[in-house]
Every structure is written in structure tokens, then in C-alpha cells.
Design a protein around this ligand. Structure first.
Ligand code: GLN
Ligand code: ZN
Length: 765
């Protein structure tokens, strides 16, 4: 019996972002639904063909989605919120996209999109299911069956993928207070049962049922829901072999629950929880098939295949090849598509990487080594081992001076000299700002013109000198305009930046950028995360020239503007050969040099943005303190090289601070700006309950909406903030940067904001 190789899902976007193009053509009316569906079919066929050609035994189907697989699941079970006007039957393409994107400005009304949130600890966003008290479910899309049959028609026997019922409900939110989504399970199970029966009738044998919720902290009620659900599903379709699929972590204390479920197979993420296999083998029923998630689906690194074989071979000896499946840790959705498209990467770096297509090949090499003996794939194994060995010692990765500096970092380096109260006095003397000082978060509109100039410069049709002159002119105009409307602390506008991580990453050693390394963030929005492959250092100042130039134009304080170490880490593919905390520390040290240089250049206020601080939180609460500890320490390491009268700001634009407020306290930034306008200051509650001692800028201008906030409403928001914070503690600013807005929106909004600050000052006095 030979060992099965599998993948749990392949990227949907196409090697050249074909899905994005066809979706956007359809949305803009340039192409028809038939074209879109044809293109989608071609993308699926290509993904199947590729995996088949590589030699994968269990090829997934229904891993494709036009927008999002959770939205597909809501569509499958008929959980369509009332406002989309659906009255049973098949869900139309336009209703599907209405839920995904809303219908603002398009024919057929003004419907909002459904809410979106991050898929576990990834940067993939799903559409949050919405349930009502009288929620019913009915089979409203047969996509899993259709795509199974589509593959069958092409000659591929696939393993359909569905999101499991318990994870699906847990990810949802309830529109009615007091409604526990899990209570809807009995109504949901018959739909899943029907899907499994239809898959069996269509000829499916294995079905992959994804329950990543099993890696979370679960209460007894949820564990019971798993037992109820799988008892029902096992009965519904006895011909189907369910592969219960978990990823993004270990089962930990849910292991017994998982092993007690009547399923044919269990998939484990052995990259996140390498040790778990021992516990599983010790306890698992003898006939349970174990799917070993050994190839990391969350990163871009090539595996050391001989080392993996050393781990797998004893397992095969103990359990038998027919009880094991080789797999990636999770769906390859989170990896870029194909490394072969890259040109221009350093050849050594290229030899250390593997994207989705390469990970598929790695799996089949492992499979052949086990089935036919290592000799059958000797060359491939050698090459893999050689790359791994080279990576361990390459001077392109290992910079002894960075390592030495990291080791020499003392605890004092992560602490400001004086405590906040003393710093505050010094800063207030030096800056002489009014109460309720006004400022913005950093970026000003990235107009068509700015982007055109950048593109022209990248293409070579605009010289560096004229591009720089153009940026200087934009910056100067922004500075003068800020003075004119009376802002107190100015920004240079970030016109020179393409992206807040890329801009700095491109100037740091240890970072690389791909040309085609796109991964889906949501719907048709893809990102191309930088790759942190080596020790990080700063060969030269990065932002000092721009900040100093902007400061030279005004007597008012000009804020220096940097992206923080945690965000630089979080929004990149991170090297896997050292702890994330170490990589973060290296970035922090590089940024520390920049912070000190900004101070030397006469910058009195430096903002270090950490919008990704919260999303780094591990999935399990037990791991939170360690993460929050090193994350806050890295921030302090980056900013604590300055004098006490230099004011450090940070910025975080999201809404849930309750979980991390104590850690934010330990970051000890002199000022933090946060997003509170959208929630009408409700989010401030975490700060007031915690008695946050430092200064805070609660956002008063919701920059996500195109509407103009009035003086009155912003004054009211400030008055509201003043009820719970001390007047001397409050700054006046928007929720976030303004790069996505137009000048026509920004000008009157900021003028109103300055006026609101004046009114509140007068009222308080
Ligand atoms: N300084 C950045 C800006 O204004 C912050 C962006 C962010 O918080 N995501 O654009
Ligand atoms: Zn922000």
C-alpha cells in the first residue's frame, strides 16, 4: 500500500492574478457573467492539472472561491441576511457579490457589504456569517458537488473540501442579542448531511471537513457541539470518509475531543505543533488515518526533505503507510502561487524558497521517497538538503554584527530614561503646544498624480531628480496648507511611500521583494508581503531626509513617521530559522538607529506606527503573555534611544483594545492615537477602565467614509472623551492616515477638526 499525498487547498487567484482581472471586468460591466464563470472554470482546471501532473493523490475540489469560502458556505446553507432580499432557491451571482461588496453606487440600491474579519491568525479576511434568532438553513448552493463533478468530468477524482459546521457557526455573529450561534447547530446539520449524501451519490469517497476551531481554547459546550455534529454526519453518509482537518495550531486540550469523533481521518498541523504526533499516535484508534501537515503552508520556505523523511519514516514503520497521508500544514491559499515566475531575486535566496507549486512538488517527492525508496528521488533530496545546508551558513543571512548587537542589547535600552510624568513636563516645555493639540496620522491623499509619478520613476521615464523635485513640491504644499488651517503638529504627508512596510523593507538589509508573490487578502485584493530572509540591519537613514526637509519649512513641530517593528514583522513572510521575537528585535534595533537619527536631525516628535500589534496575538490565550511581552519590548527598544524631551507617538487603528490594553500601557509611548470615531468613542472605554496614564488621541474623523464630519459632531466627540479622560491628556486627530481620501474631502474635514479643537479649548477654559 502506498502513502497518499494531498493538498488541503490551492491558491485560487491564478499565477498571474487572473481571478482579479476577470472579477473586476465583471464588476465594472466590461464582461459578462458567462465570461467570469468560464475564466473561473479555467482557473480550477489549471490548478487540478498542475497538482495532478505533480503526482498528488488527494487533489482538493471546492477550494476555489469567487470571493471567499466562508461566504460560499453561507450561500451553501442559505444563511443570507434578510436585507439582501433573498427568498429561497439558488443564490444569484449578483446577490453573492452584494453580500461580498455591497451595492453602493451600483444599480439596485445601496446595500452594505457583510462584515469582514481575519481568518484565524492569517491575513486572509472572510465574510462573517450573520445569524438571526429565527434562522433557518436550507441547501441553497450545490457548489461542492458541482465542482466535484466538474473535476470528475476532466478526469480528476478529487477530495471535496467543506468548512465544518462547528467552525462555521463559531465564526459567525448573531444579529439578535443573546443568540448563541452554536444553538443553531441542530438546524444546520441536515444541510451538511444532505451535502455529504449528494457528494457520495456523485462518487466522492474522502471529504475534507475543515474544523480549525479545534485549535482554539474551547469550552465544554463547544466540545459537545463537535460530538453532536460528527455523530450526525457519520450517520448521514456512511459511504463518505471524513477527514477532520485542523490547522494553525495544535489540538492541545481538545485532542481527546477530536480523537473521540467518528471520522475516518484526522489532519494535524505538524509545523505549528510538531510534538503532537506522539500524543496522537499513543491515543488514536488503530484505524484512524492521520494526515501529517509537514510542509508549511503559511510561509515561503523550502523544506529540508531528507530531514522530514527522518521524521516520517519511523511513523510509517509504526503505523503503516496506508494509515498516513502527507499534506501541507494548511491550505496553500496563504502562499504565493509559483516561484518559477520570479526573476531578479538573488539566486541563493531563490534556491531557499518554495511557493504553492513548489510545495506541491515537495509533497510528491516525499511521497515517492516513501513509496519507492529514497533512491528514486535521490537528486531532488540532495538538492533540498544542499539548499538547507547553504541557508544555515550563508553570509547573506547571517550577519555576525547584527547578532552581536542583538545579544548585547541591555534591558536599559528598552526603557526611556525618565518615567512618563517627568518626560511629559519636559516635552510640554519644549513643544509649547496648546491643550487639545491637533495633528494627523501621517499620510495625505495618494492622488492619481502621485501614483503616476512613482510609476513613471519606477519605469525609468521620470528621472530620480525630477521625481524627488516633484515629491518635494507636494510635501511643501502639504506643509504650508497644514500651517494655514492651523494644525499644531504637522506631518510631511508620506508622498514618497508606496506602502508603509515596503518603503522601509526596501531600505533594510535582510528583506527581499518578489514580483509575483501575491496572496489573497480578501476578495480581489491581494498583497505581496516582503520576505524577511536574513539578519536585518539599516545600512543608511531611511526617512530622515524627508522629515528634515519638511521640518525646514516650518517652525511648528514636524512628526517623524516610521513603521514599528511588530508591524514590519507581522505584514511580512518571516524567516523560520530563528524565533519571531529575535527577528522582531533585529528590526527594532534597525529602527532605533532611525529614531535616533531623526532626533539628531531636529525632529522633536516621532511616531512609530503599530497597526498590526493586535493581530500578532496567538490563537491560544496561554501564549498571549509571551507575545505581548516581546512585542511591547521590541517597540520600546526601537524608540527608547531618544532624550526625554523628545516625544514618542504610536498609532493603532482598530477597535478592540480590551485584550491588549495592559501591554499598550507597557509600550510607554508618550502619545497613542487610536480609532474611535466610528464607534463614537465607545472604544475609549478600555483606556479609561485601565486608567491609561499617557496621552491619547481618540480619532474624531472616520476616514473610512467619504462623508464630511461637522465641527459640531467632532466637538461632541471630544466632549465625550473629556468625560472619561483628563483634558490635558487628549489629542485631536483622525482615526487613521488619509492616503485613501481625496484632497476635496480632507481639506474641509481637517479644517473642521481644527475648529472643533478650538471650541473644546474654549469650553474647557
Ligand atoms: N502613518 C500611516 C499613515 O498615515 C499609518 C497607516 C496605518 O495605520 N495603517 O498612512
Ligand atoms: Zn491607522
Amino acid at each position: 500500500m502506498s502513502i497518499i499525498t494531498s493538498t488541503l487547498g490551492f491558491p485560487r487567484i491564478g499565477p498571474r492574478r487572473e481571478l482579479k482581472a476577470t472579477l473586476e471586468n465583471y464588476w465594472s460591466g466590461k464582461s459578462t457573467a458567462a465570461t467570469l464563470l468560464d475564466d473561473a472554470r479555467a482557473l480550477r482546471a489549471a490548478a487540478w492539472a498542475r497538482q495532478h501532473a505533480a503526482g498528488i493523490t488527494h487533489i482538493p475540489s471546492n477550494d476555489f472561491s469567487l470571493y471567499d469560502h466562508i461566504l460560499d458556505t453561507s450561500t451553501m446553507v442559505g444563511a443570507i441576511p434578510g436585507l439582501y432580499g433573498w427568498s429561497g432557491g439558488a443564490v444569484s451571482l449578483d446577490s453573492y457579490f452584494a453580500m461580498a461588496r455591497g451595492t453602493r453606487g451600483r444599480i439596485g440600491g445601496d446595500l452594505p457589504a457583510m462584515e469582514m474579519t481575519k481568518w484565524f491568525d492569517t491575513n486572509y479576511h472572510f465574510m462573517v456569517p450573520e445569524f438571526a434568532r429565527d434562522q433557518t438553513f436550507s441547501l441553497s448552493s450545490t457548489k461542492p458537488v458541482d465542482e466535484f463533478l466538474e473535476a470528475k468530468g476532466l478526469g480528476y477524482h478529487t477530495r471535496p473540501v467543506v468548512v465544518g459546521p462547528v467552525t462555521y457557526l463559531l465564526l459567525g455573529k448573531s444579529r439578535d442579542a443573546g443568540l448563541d450561534p452554536l444553538s443553531l447547530l441542530p438546524g444546520l446539520l441536515p444541510v451538511y448531511a444532505e451535502v455529504l449524501r449528494r457528494l457520495a451519490a456523485a462518487g466522492a469517497d474522502w471529504v475534507q471537513i475543515d474544523e480549525p476551531a479545534l485549535v482554539l481554547d474551547l469550552d465544554e459546550e463547544t466540545r459537545q457541539a463537535f460530538r453532536t455534529a460528527y455523530a450526525a454526519l457519520a450517520q448521514a453518509a456512511p459511504g463518505i470518509k471524513l477527514l477532520l482537518t485542523t490547522y494553525f495550531g495544535g489540538l492541545g486540550d481538545n485532542l481527546d475531543t477530536a480523537l473521540g469523533l467518528p471520522v475516518a481521518g484526522l489532519h494535524l498541523d505538524l509545523t505549528r505543533a510538531p510534538g503532537e504526533i506522539e500524543r496522537v499516535i499513543a491515543k488514536a484508534p488503530a484505524d484512524l488515518v492521520l494526515s501529517l501537515g509537514l510542509i508549511d503552508g503559511r510561509n515561503v520556505w523550502r523544506a529540508d526533505l531528507p530531514a522530514l523523511l527522518d521524521r516520517i519514516e519511523p511513523l510509517v514503520a509504526r503505523r503503516g503507510a496506508d494509515r498516513l497521508i502527507l499534506a501541507p500544514s494548511c491550505s496553500l491559499l496563504h502562499a504565493p502561487v509559483d516561484l518559477r515566475q520570479e526573476s531578479g531575486l538573488d539566486p541563493d535566496l531563490q534556491s531557499w524558497l518554495a511557493f504553492a507549486a513548489q510545495k506541491v512538488e515537495e509533497l510528491t517527492i516525499l511521497g515517492r521517497a516513501l513509496n519507492e525508496g529514497r533512491g528514486a528521488v535521490a537528486a531532488a533530496l540532495d538538492e533540498s538538503a544542499r539548499a538547507a545546508a547553504a541557508r544555515k551558513t550563508s553570509p547573506k543571512i547571517h550577519d555576525p554584527s547584527v547578532r552581536a548587537r542583538m545579544i548585547a542589547a541591555t534591558p536599559e535600552m528598552s526603557r526611556r530614561q525618565a518615567p512618563f510624568a517627568a518626560r511629559r513636563t519636559l516635552q510640554h516645555q519644549r513643544l509649547a503646544l496648546p491643550s487639545f493639540p491637533t495633528t494627523t496620522i501621517g499620510s495625505f491623499p495618494q492622488t492619481q498624480e502621485v501614483r503616476k509619478a512613482r510609476a513613471a520613476n519606477a519605469k525609468g521615464s521620470m528621472s530620480d531628480a525630477s521625481y524627488a523635485a516633484y515629491l518635494r513640491q507636494e510635501t511643501a504644499a502639504a506643509v504650508h496648507w497644514q500651517e494655514e488651517i492651523g494644525l499644531d503638529v504637522l506631518v510631511h504627508g508620506e508622498f514618497e511611500r508606496n506602502d508603509m512596510v515596503q518603503y522601509f523593507g526596501e531600505q533594510l538589509s535582510g528583506y527581499a521583494f518578489t514580483k509575483h508573490g501575491w496572496v489573497q487578502s480578501y476578495g480581489s485584493r491581494y498583497v505581496r508581503p516582503p520576505v524577511i530572509y536574513g539578519d536585518v540591519s539599516r545600512p543608511h537613514p531611511m526617512s530622515v531626509e524627508w522629515s528634515a526637509y519638511a521640518q525646514s519649512l516650518t517652525a511648528r513641530p514636524m512628526k517623524g513617521m516610521l513603521t514599528g517593528p511588530v508591524t514590519m514583522l507581522q505584514w511580512s513572510f518571516v524567516r523560520n530559522d530563528q524565533p519571531r521575537a529575535d527577528t522582531c528585535r533585529q528590526i527594532a534595533l534597525a529602527l532605533r538607529d532611525e529614531v535616533v537619527d531623526l532626533e539628531k536631525a531636529g525632529i522633536r516628535i516621532i511616531q512609530v506606527d503599530e497597526p498590526a500589534f493586535r493581530e500578532g496575538l496567538p490563537l491560544r490565550k496561554a501564549a498571549w503573555p509571551a507575545y505581548l511581552g516581546w512585542a511591547a519590548e521590541c517597540f520600546r527598544l526601537a524608540v527608547s534611544g531618544v532624550r526625554d524631551d523628545t516625544q514618542i507617538h504610536t498609532h493603532m487603528c482598530y477597535s478592540e483594545f480590551n485584550d491588549i490594553i495592559a501591554a499598550i500601557g507597557t509600550m510607554d509611548a508618550d502619545v497613542i492615537s487610536i480609532e474611535t470615531a466610528r464607534s463614537k468613542m465607545e472604544l475609549l472605554q478600555a483606556f479609561t477602565a485601565y486608567h491609561y496614564p499617557n496621552e491619547i488621541g481618540p480619532g474624531v474623523y472616520d476616514i473610512h467614509a467619504p462623508r464630511l464630519p461637522s465641527v459640531e459632531e467632532m466637538t461632541d466627540l471630544l466632549a465625550k472623551a473629556e468625560l472619561t479622560l483628563a483634558a490635558g491628556q487628549i489629542w485631536v486627530n483622525p482615526d487613521c492616515g488619509l492616503k485613501t481620501r481625496t484632497w476635496e474631502e480632507v481639506r474641509p474635514a481637517l479644517a473642521n477638526m481644527v475648529e472643533a479643537a478650538k471650541r473644546i479649548r474654549a469650553a474647557i477654559r
